[in-house]
Design a protein around this ligand. Structure first.
Ligand code: HEM
Length: 427
């Protein structure tokens, strides 16, 4: 992170820095790289001397675009997610906060400090930037903002609440902790360096002091879903590959069909959401100690895939098409697969978490499940109804936190700001 005013980065830019010895390419080609910009944030993939592609974990992801970055963007390794309560009743003050947050997010995602930086301001005043990311590269930081259902009870927004932004119903087995549930606003910070993600949330919270307050937050590590075809599939805390069958950031057709809110969705009233999406966040505790005493064959039956390769039951390779009937009727993959759910498809972007122990000597660990979709009524809700009723995995997991957010479209240029299509009188 730098205090100097370097130019805004280009689509696959790196905060003005010259490209390294490695040739910067997109998803395997320059043309596709431009597609990735349009799909919500470019990323620099680097082709190494050995010919293999490695994601450049230090560069900048474009902040401007038709869609917000942090959804179709190849998943970064670390997460800091924060849900906020709004404290102000003054609409103009809230709009100003969205503009201030956008300006800060634009700078931080380019690897620059907030405002006048950590050391550049008046000696008598606290610095604009808290300073802990000084000297660190952008680390592919993305900041993605969302609006919870309760926000629409404020600022005269009742009529603008999108039809698809329904309150999530209770599901069998839920054990929701109110202090980890809901929120008027959310910011998802993803980066390849945890310090960069934490710095971003901390500085946004600081800018919002008196107008918003953090309701709950979650740190995550070891992405549990890949949106990058060809990359090694990450493993979750049960040791299984997770994200094998997911929507890839390159699949513009499937993103449009299942993830981005379209023109006609919800009618003219919801037109402000065009290019946005809906996020369901669930804190899912995993009973690690019970799982670790479970036999390998039972573990594999629970998912319907083998543990080593990640191949579906009866198949040899991870990416072989699953034959659902070869799996137990209550296997997670069999129940979650689109063929068992009238084609329902979501984009998963979750992270593992370990938040110490629970006082009984057990790890407070699990999956912070994040799923993007075009409409939760046709995505998470029916899927989770089925899983919560029948999934063999339920013996080993419990949903303990929950939230849903409307994710507005991207910030298009230097004059645009988060939520303009919802909040601007002229929009
Ligand atoms: C701690 C909880 C969970 C764990 C450990 C878990 C783990 C897994 C694993 C290992 C796979 C197979 C690999 C893959 O295709 O990604 C998978 C697939 C999947 N999971 Fe989960 N999952 C969890 C919760 C959920 C929830 C809550 C949902 C949705 C409501 C969900 C939806 C899916 C879907 C849609 C697939 C892909 C199925 C396919 O197309 O074959 N999962 N999950």
């Amino acid at each position: 992170m730098t205090e100097t005013d370097t130019p805004e980065p280009g689509p696959a830019g790196r905060g003005g820095a010259a490209p390294s010895r490695r040739a910067l390419i997109g998803w395997g080609g320059a043309g596709l790289a431009l597609g990735a910009v349009a799909a919500g944030g470019a990323v620099a993939l680097a082709k190494d001397d050995d010919g293999a592609d490695h994601t450049d974990t230090t560069g900048a992801v474009a902040f401007h675009g038709a869609y917000q970055a942090g959804i179709a963007t190849p998943v970064q390794d670390r997460l800091h997610f924060a849900a906020f309560d709004v404290k102000t009743d003054d609409r103009a003050e809230f709009v100003q906060l969205m503009k201030d947050w956008t300006a800060a997010a634009r700078r931080m995602t380019a690897g620059r400090t907030v405002g006048e930086g950590a050391t550049g301001g008046l000696a008598e005043a606290p610095p604009d930037d808290t300073g802990e990311a000084l000297g660190l590269p952008p680390s592919r930081l993305t900041l993605t903002v969302g609006f919870g259902p309760s926000l629409f009870d404020r600022f005269g927004l009742k009529d603008r609440r999108p039809e698809a932004l329904v309150d999530l119903p209770p599901f069998p087995g839920d054990n929701l902790d109110r202090s980890r549930t809901g929120g008027d606003l959310c910011v998802q910070a993803c980066a390849d360096d945890p310090q960069v993600a934490v710095h971003a949330i901390r500085n946004l919270a600081r800018i919002g002091f008196g107008k918003v307050a953090i309701r709950w937050s979650q740190l995550g590590f070891g992405k549990t879903s890949s949106t990058t075809p060809g990359a090694q599939t990450p493993r979750n805390l049960f040791g299984f590959k997770d994200g094998t069958r997911n929507i890839a950031g390159t699949e513009t057709g499937r993103l449009e069909k299942y993830v981005w809110a379209g023109d006609g969705d919800g009618g003219a009233k919801d037109a402000w959401m065009h290019g946005g999406s809906y996020l369901v966040a669930r804190r899912i505790r995993m009973q690690i100690e019970v799982w670790d005493r479970t036999s390998l064959s039972e573990q594999e039956d629970v998912f319907g895939r083998d543990k080593g390769e990640g191949a579906p039951a009866g198949k040899a390779k991870e990416h072989d098409a699953p034959f659902l009937k070869a799996m137990k009727p209550d296997a997670h993959v069999r129940l979650a697969h689109p063929d068992s759910n009238d084609g329902i498809t979501i984009l998963r972007r979750g992270y593992s978490f370990t938040d110490g122990t629970d006082g009984l000597g057990r790890l407070d660990a699990g999956l912070f499940f994040l799923a993007y979709q075009r409409d939760p009524r046709k995505g998470f809700i029916p899927l989770q109804r089925r899983l919560s009723a029948h999934d063999a995995l339920n013996e080993y997991i419990q949903h303990v936190g929950s939230a849903v957010f409307a994710i507005p479209p991207g910030v298009r240029d230097a004059n645009d700001w988060w939520g303009r299509t919802l909040l601007s009188e002229e929009a």
